[in-house]
Design a protein around this ligand. Structure first.
Ligand code: B3K
Ligand code: ZN
Length: 850
């Protein structure tokens, strides 16, 4: 498994301008015929090397002449031909076995339907091809299958022909006029229910919108459809970007490695991000469906019309598209709460990744398995980088930059530098230092010291930037870091944007009558850690007086963090009375309930661990539990009171109702820890008329290990046994059990509806255990690590991509004490030693053990 390097990039020696594909679909024996118009670009190149994996080659012909076996070279990953002509027709027939494709890459079966997943390098499992994003071809696709079993035959673009053929089969042909890389190819064949609608673009064109779901699920597709229309309108209003084909199709499938895929005109989605109704989806599910629908739709311009030159540039489309979907969500909902959730995710998942053995810059320089780089870093940190750019060049400059980017690069495969250059040129800002964000891994730390000169009425901030020493960085350079701040004084508050470009810099603010309280990195203006000494009093001032709501939340989190670290160091210390007073005043304050709910939620295990080094994980769990118990006990009646006053009689999905539910359910979580109110949990569970309240009560019962738990869990499983997505929730909640955990986990693995073959199901039990049950995942016996490693080993043979994703928490050992690290590494070594270790896992375990 050789690594590939960004520095080795070479433009293609040949290109494929047109491809005509025919799929004769059968479960185990699908015949794929590819007729390609190939041209030589580099005149000195005589050998054409095509990518291909897991294929059975049937025939190869050049300009109609069949080649004999000694006229080409074939190995496990390629087909190489000697070429005389500059322009020629290449015809290749391959056979594939979709039904036994458990890796879910290339063409596979999900339930009864055929579908594809080609990004990043899955097209090479369909036919021999130049499977790289800088080869853009015009596709015509014919799909042939049994007419009764597969009434819908779909591919990219517009339908141009259909007919019945022999043996009860039918044939449909699609043509996509937009040249595209192979990773955007898609095909679907199946029997579905279809939700249809139309959208009129800003320039007046009619676009057909079609969402295909499993039979019986049509009512659950309306939210996705509404989300799609909102996304289309938002992109027109915000960036002047219109949809370009006459039809936009979305197909929901149950077996899918990721969230969704932006194939041109034919998105394939994990059903989790399409299906939603009041009974089965939580408020978070509704939010996520809308966000993922938007994300994939936005890719039509940022990804498809302008694509990546090579896979190292993945953040070109992903960081930008995440930034776009985050902006969209913030426009549709509470801006502050959206921002808080982005930051929580970044701190919980990306910061640890950026300090782990797999740390990489948002534009990686070395890759073994590309699927390992669809990461929090490329996506979420990538989006933060775009957000900084937006802050630096301003909203106007950014929009001009986007327009220039499309003007220059529409229809091309380009680099991250091309994007930044368009921004720099359009806004006339020098962004050369900014580009360092693309090449440097690791979370920077910004240290700030403040000085106030009462005589001069002057505030000075001494600011410095520090970069972790990571093996992946050859050198470290200073970054351009936008620091938005708020100075809070009795006279009001003022906002400033500082630009830190040097290792150390001083910023002075004059004419301040009194020493202000300083809120740093308002709106989380850069993805960094901050070291700045603040008194509890200053943090409380920020909580009550800052204009920036993100900073109010962040100050509250800092107070919690401070207390948790104090409890780690002195477990029997009393919880600070000031903190309890702060919590109480938030509970009783006026204002947005959604923000209050966020403020009252303690930092997660991973956010805490991220700020530690050499900490025993159990010490974190104990400290958090003590804090939670104390807050719950001391403020029990206040939680009860807020809980009661936010009860709703009728279910509604407006913002206010969602906010009330969020706050009420945070209160319920605390109440579960006080004896007098714990019974409210099962009462809420049985009385709930929506999934948000039902699952909140169920998971609270699990985490607090309440006596009614087994009755509730049985009731839930019985009620939802036939609804796959809801049963995934059941497994996730059950993975967080606190008592007899491993016996119960084994029973869950053995249960009839559990399978490692469905990625959602695998993640819902194993991923949820490793990520959301830190107490038992990190239990001292090492059994949690062993449990995860055993599943990863099983998955290695079934679906390496999912296996490699689930191993993540096991390789993030650096922050823990030596004894813990050893236990984790022992399991990684065990995985490393198995037979036929897939490339995906090999790359990660090698990095972890090196
Ligand atoms: N581009 C796809 C992800 C493909 C994953 C390949 N392993 C979804 C997205 O980011 O929109
Ligand atoms: Zn994406």
């Amino acid at each position: 498994f050789q690594p590939r390097f960004l520095s080795d990039y070479q433009s293609p020696a040949f290109t494929i301008k047109k491809v005509d594909l025919t799929f004769d679909l059968y479960d185990n024996d699908t015949l794929v015929t590819a007729i390609m118009q190939v041209s030589r670009i580099d005149k000195s190149s005589k050998q054409l090397r095509l990518d291909g994996e897991h294929l059975t080659l049937v025939s190869v012909a050049i300009d109609g002449q069949l080649l004999a076996a000694d006229q080409y070279q074939l190995d496990d990953s390629s087909l190489t031909l000697s070429i005389e002509q500059d322009d020629f027709t290449l015809e290749i027939e391959t056979k594939i076995d979709p039904e036994n494709n458990t890796a879910l890459e290339g063409l596979y079966k999900s339930g009864g339907a055929f579908c594809t997943q080609c990004e990043a390098e899955g097209f090479r499992r369909i036919t021999y091809f130049l499977d790289r994003p800088d080869v853009l071809a015009e596709y015509t696709t014919t799909v042939i299958a049994d007419e009764n079993v597969y009434p819908y035959l779909l591919a990219n673009g517009n339908k141009i022909a259909e007919s019945s053929v022999e043996n009860g089969r039918h044939s449909v042909t699609w043509h996509d006029p937009f040249p595209k890389p192979s990773y955007l190819f898609a095909l679907v064949a199946g029997d579905f229910d279809l939700l249809s609608d139309t959208y009129k673009t800003a320039s007046g064109r009619q676009v057909a919108l079609e969402i295909f779901v499993d039979k019986g699920n049509i009512e659950k597709a309306h939210h996705a459809m509404a989300s799609l229309k909102k996304s289309m309108a938002w992109d027109e209003q915000t960036y002047n970007l219109e949809y370009d084909l006459d039809i936009y199709m979305i197909v929901a499938v149950d077996f899918f490695n990721m969230g969704a895929m932006e194939n041109k005109g034919l998105n394939v989605f994990n059903s989790k991000f399409v299906l939603a109704d009041n009974a089965t989806a939580t408020d978070t599910d509704f939010f996520n469906v809308e966000a993922v629908i938007a994300h994939e739709y936005f890719h039509n311009w940022t990804g498809n019309r302008v694509t990546c030159r090579d896979w190292f540039q993945l953040s070109l489309k992903e960081g930008l598209t995440v930034f776009r979907d985050q902006s969209f969500s913030a426009d549709m909902h509470s801006k502050a709460v959206c921002r808080i959730q982005n930051v929580r995710l970044l701190r919980r998942m990306q910061f640890p990744e950026d300090a782990s053995p797999m740390a990489h810059p948002i534009r990686p320089e070395k890759v073994v398995e590309m699927n390992n780089f669809y990461t929090m870093t490329v996506y979420e940190k990538g989006a933060e980088v775009i957000r900084m750019l937006h802050r630096i060049v301003g909203d106007d400059g950014f929009k001009k930059g986007m327009a220039l980017y499309f003007e220059r690069h529409d229809g091309h495969a380009v680099t991250c530098d091309d994007f930044v250059d368009a921004m720099a040129d359009a806004s006339q800002v020098d962004l050369s230092q900014f580009k360092v964000w693309y090449e440097q891994a690791g979370t920077p730390t910004v240290k700030v010291e403040k000085q106030f000169d009462q005589a001069k009425n002057e505030l000075t901030l001494h600011v410095s930037q520090h970069h972790p020493d990571l093996p992946v960085n050859k050198t470290t350079k200073d970054l351009l870091i936008p620091i938005a701040i708020e100075l809070i004084t009795q006279a009001g508050s003022q906002s400033h944007l500082l630009t830190l470009s040097q290792a150390q810099q001083t910023f002075t603010f004059k004419h301040l009558e009194n020493e202000p309280v300083v809120a740093l990195f308002t709106d989380f203006s850069a993805p960094v850690k901050v070291e700045f000494e603040q008194t509890d009093q200053a943090l409380n001032t920020i909580i009550t007086d800052a204009k920036d709501e993100f900073s109010r939340w962040d100050a509250c989190q800092s107070l919690f963090m401070r207390e948790i670290f104090a409890l780690i160091n002195a477990p029997s210390k009393a919880v600070s009375a000031t903190l309890l007073a702060t919590v109480s005043s938030i509970l009783n304050s006026e204002g947005d309930n959604a923000l209050k709910a966020e403020m009252l939620t303690l930092p997660s295990f991973d956010e805490i661990a991220e700020l530690c080094d050499s900490v025993e994980p159990q010490a974190i769990c104990r400290a958090v539990e003590t804090l939670k118990q104390t807050i719950a006990g001391e403020l029990a009646s206040e939680f009860k009171q807020v809980f009661t006053s936010n009860q709703q009689t009728t279910y509604s999905k407006d913002a206010k109702s969602i906010a009330n539910r969020a706050l009420k359910n945070v209160c319920l979580n605390y109440m579960a820890r006080s004896e007098q109110y714990a019974s409210m949990v099962s009462k809420q569970y049985y009385e709930a008329d929506n999934m948000t309240d039902g699952i909140a009560a169920f998971s609270t019962a699990v985490i607090a290990n309440l006596p009614d738990l087994s009755a509730i869990s049985e009731h839930f499983a019985n009620k939802w046994k036939d609804t796959t997505l809801v049963m995934d929730k059941w497994y996730s909640v059950m993975a967080q059990q606190q008592q007899d955990t491993f016996t119960k986990l084994q029973a869950l693995l053995d249960s009839e509806s559990f399978t490692l073959h469905n990625p959602n199901r695998a993640r819902s039990l194993i991923g949820a255990f490793a990520m959301n049950n830190p107490q038992h995942f990190h239990c001292e016996s090492g059994q949690g690590y062993r449990f995860l490693a055993d599943r990863v080993i099983e998955l290695n043979a079934i679906n390496p991509q999912v296996a490699a994703r689930l191993i993540t928490p096991l390789i993030q050992f650096g922050r823990f004490d030596q004894a813990t690290q050893q236990k984790m590494k022992r399991e990684i070594s065990r995985i490393a030693s198995i037979d036929k270790l897939a490339r995906d896992l090999k790359e990660k375990v090698s990095a972890a053990l090196s």
